[in-house]
Write a protein that binds this ligand. Structure first.
Ligand SMILES: [Zn+2]
Length: 77
């Protein structure tokens, strides 16, 4: 057993203008979603530097945990 605290995960790196499957965790202590992890199946990376997931309850930014490039990329009409 180790008692060392888990380090904060490195934020995922996004390439611009692509779709990712993203997971994020609510870290707002007072929120009903605190410590819950959410998945967005199609998250667009925009310019690659401004990817945010906002909690629907507390409206705070959630911590991005993972980003998996969708392969193939979804068809967008
Ligand atoms: Zn929240």
């Amino acid at each position: 057993m180790t008692t060392e605290p888990e380090p904060d995960p490195e934020p995922p790196v996004f390439q611009p203008y692509l779709y990712y499957r993203v997971t994020a965790r609510d870290e707002t202590l007072t929120c009903v979603n605190y410590e819950q992890i959410f998945t967005v199946e199609q998250c667009y990376s925009n310019n690659g530097t401004n990817v945010r997931m906002v909690c629907a309850r507390c409206r705070h930014d959630m911590r991005l945990l993972t980003a998996e490039l969708l392969d193939p990329q979804p068809e967008v009409s």
